[in-house]
Design a protein around this ligand. Structure first.
Ligand SMILES: [Ca+2]
Length: 329
């Protein structure tokens, strides 16, 4: 080793325990479990430059995730170093938690020296936002301190081959889809009665909004999730409606559906609105797209549907049964 003998030995070896990725810009606390996980497999490097008197080098690769503002970084992960090799194979795997898409992955190649500080050969920074887009199996070209590509001893580009795969954590929404929501089927009549009472007790009075459906239908769960969790939908829903779910496939609710004109024949989920006295006002399906293409409703669709429902409660005369009731028999 002869640190200083090459213009590439301008930086010191990495500190192995720098600050953890716990906080983002301006001290904003980041989620403990993060958004997901990056699995990074370091295959090999090639096109390295000579760093030692022998004409070779003892390369290793380090990986770091910076904070979300691109500064600092988490713990440095490093491969073993390979003695006297300009085309080393590492075959080591590392895992990183992704906290924010604004983080950067920093790849560095160093030359190990038995005496003195190791020498940096090249660096590459890649936005995490790009890495989570797809699976990568790619040669990443290393850059010098001026941002130029580095030509190795063999005349090829200095580069590192990585296999990168991103796995997002299950979101709260996905978790919600995994849970049963139509759970209190036997209490249907009671729920109708209580909701009407609550709607009448509000000032101004609310309507009753019943979502008929079944647990096997993911659109039912998604709508329910949005009406409860999407900020705009939840606010609109709470302002205008006493909202609850009824299992359309449970015998205990068949009488209710019969009274309301068999809304289940429009498909799931289907929404029925009653006024504060329990009189029928309106029936509306979630729309063909949501029901028949297995396309999950978006927040925008749910908001649009809620707008229509709220309009219906004002424009529609009370007590007219849906026409499809007689169509069926
Ligand atoms: Ca060396």
């Amino acid at each position: 080793m002869f640190a200083g003998a090459t213009p590439l030995s301008f930086l010191q070896a990495p500190a192995l325990h720098s600050q953890g990725v716990g906080r983002g810009r301006a001290g904003e606390k980041m989620s403990e479990e993060g958004m997901g996980v990056l699995d990074i497999f370091v295959f090999k490097a090639s096109g390295l430059v000579k760093m030692d008197l022998t004409g070779l080098c003892d390369p290793y690769v380090t990986l770091t995730m910076t904070n979300d503002d691109g500064t600092g970084g988490g713990k440095v992960r490093r491969t073993k170093y390979i003695r006297q090799n300009l085309n080393p194979e590492f075959n080591q795997e590392f895992q990183f938690t992704v906290y924010k898409l604004s983080q950067m992955l920093v790849i560095k190649v160093y030359d190990h020296d038995d005496l003195g500080a190791d020498d940096l050969m090249g660096t590459r920074r890649i936005p995490v936002a790009e890495l989570v887009e797809k699976d990568w199996q790619e040669w990443f070209h290393m850059l010098d301190q001026l941002g130029h590509e580095i030509i190795g001893e063999d005349g090829t580009m200095c580069r590192v081959k990585l296999d990168i795969k991103y796995t997002p954590h299950p979101t709260r929404e996905m978790a919600a889809l995994g849970r049963a929501i139509y759970v209190d089927a036997g209490a249907g009549e009671h729920q109708v009665k209580e909701s009407i009472k609550r709607a009448a007790g509000c000032q101004p009075r609310k309507r009753v909004l019943i979502q008929f459906g079944a647990d096997w239908n993911d659109s039912c769960k998604k709508f329910h999730f949005l009406l409860r969790e999407d900020k705009d939908c939840a606010a609109m829903c709470a302002e205008f409606f006493e909202y609850f779910l009824l299992d359309a496939e449970h015998e205990a609710n068949f009488d209710i559906m019969k009274r309301l004109g068999e809304p289940q024949w429009l498909g799931f989920p289907v929404f029925v609105i009653l006024d504060h006295a329990g009189a029928y006002i309106h029936t509306q399906s979630a729309g063909h797209r949501a029901q028949h293409t297995h396309t999950m409703p978006s927040s925008r669709q749910s908001r649009a549907m809620l707008c229509t429902l709220t309009r219906c409660t004002i424009d529609r005369p009370v007590g007219i049964r849906p026409h499809f009731h007689s169509d069926r028999s």
